[in-house]
Design a protein around this ligand. Structure first.
Ligand code: TYM
Length: 371
């Protein structure tokens, strides 16, 4: 198998998620842990049931604390380099569910600083504009205004800077190089940036003057930042943040990760129905070269981006998903039919999301914090 790479700024190759657990030193969300979440939450979110959220750090500790009456705070975020795509919504959907089930407060960081530093072509005005656009998608998912704080780093720096500094002092350049692969040509803003992403992990503990547990839902690419945070935490007198990691929502071109840098193979929440449908109809599938071959040999759902989409969130019914897989392998189902089916599901989702997103414009200020 080709070597793969996963960092917050680059994902390449075919990701082997089991090996990533070993490489990063995280733990699998196993059956007993799933049962425990199910018991406490009164159910399991689809993304947990389907093992899309599959890895964690210290989730058992978060649940221990919860059972002792010490509620956790949720923390997640977005680097506003463009519009939101469906992949970004995965961690936020689980976060939304966790907020409801565990009555948890959420801190949502928009790293307009990070994307300004990382993307040559983006100005601070651009990343600010995208931050406010992305915030609409967050609000559209139904977070509770009295339990949710959304902020741009450039607009909430005073509250975070002291915490970022404390992490910076504990983190050497050689650690940052080893974790992120920085070289001599990396701008120095990016070298410091990881400390900004750490800051919200400690914010609530500072505010309340007691150890407040923090749980971070994210895709596994963000884990390297929080390894640094977790190393620093005990030295600073803060609890280590816990994490739950998801796999990447795939690219429509068949790659491991839907990526904002390839617009034709990503579906954005702002796409028109025509755009979304066109992208899906052009998607990479596990089909054979001709209808006759497909009927004879069957398709390969394991490499099919359309099947992945359905199995991540767009076919919620387990029995129907199973039947689709069987019919595909048996050559009874053709790729065109499957794409049509997916397009209908995605368009339904987009229509509803876009309605909620527009309504969010008037409510955004209920969620934003600045200092
Ligand atoms: P960003 O903007 O790259 O991604 C936002 C969130 O989406 C996750 N993600 C994905 N999840 C599933 N499938 C995909 N294809 C996919 N692509 C991205 C990311 O893991 C992330 O959770 N530096 C961060 C912003 C940030 C943050 C945080 C993220 C600030 N604080 C705390 C998570 C937790 C960033 O650029 O994310």
């Amino acid at each position: 198998m080709r070597e793969f790479q996963v960092t917050p700024w680059e994902v390449s190759g075919e990701v082997d998620y089991e090996r990533l657990i070993e490489r990063f030193g995280t733990s699998e969300i196993d059956e007993p842990l799933l049962r425990r979440i199910e018991r406490l939450a009164g159910g399991l979110h689809l993304l947990l049931r389907r093992r899309i959220f599959y890895s964690h750090r210290s989730l058992d500790w978060i649940l221990d604390e919860y059972e002792r009456g010490n509620r956790f705070v949720l923390y997640t975020g977005r680097g506003p380099s463009g519009h939101t795509h469906l992949g970004h919504l995965m961690p936020w959907m689980l976060t939304r569910w966790l907020q409801e089930k565990f009555e948890a407060k959420l801190l949502f960081q928009l790293t307009d600083d990070e994307k300004f530093l990382f993307k040559q072509e983006l100005s601070l005005e651009d990343t600010k504009r995208f931050a406010y656009e992305n915030a609409l998608d967050v609000v559209a998912l139904g977070f509770e205004p009295d339990k949710t704080e959304i902020f741009l780093n450039t607009e909430y720096i005073k509250s975070q800077y002291r915490l970022a500094l404390k992490v910076a002092k504990r983190t050497t350049f050689s650690t940052a190089k080893a974790v992120f692969g920085f070289g001599n040509d990396t701008n120095i803003g990016l070298i410091f940036f990881t400390c900004m992403q750490s800051a919200p992990c400690f914010l609530e503990t500072e505010r309340q003057g007691r150890a407040v547990p923090v749980l971070i839902p994210c895709a596994i690419d963000q884990d390297p930042h929080f390894r640094i945070t977790r190393d620093a935490a005990p030295h600073l007198g803060y609890p280590k943040p816990a994490l739950v990691h998801c796999k990447f929502f795939p690219s429509l071109a068949g790659g491991s990760k839907m990526s904002a840098s390839s617009p034709e193979s990503s579906i954005y929440t702002t796409d028109s129905p025509e755009e979304a449908r066109r992208k899906i109809m052009n998607a990479f599938t596990g089909g054979q070269e001709s209808v006759a071959m497909q009927r004879r040999l069957g398709g390969r759902p394991e490499v099919c981006s359309v099947y992945s989409y359905l199995s991540y969130i767009f076919e919620q019914d387990d029995a129907r998903l199973e039947e689709r897989q069987r019919a595909c392998r048996a050559g009874e189902l053709l790729c065109g039919e499957c794409k049509q089916y997916l397009a209908e599901r995605v368009l339904e989702f987009l229509e509803e999301h876009q309605r909620r997103r527009e309504r969010a414009r008037d409510r955004l200020e209920e969620f934003m914090v600045r200092d």
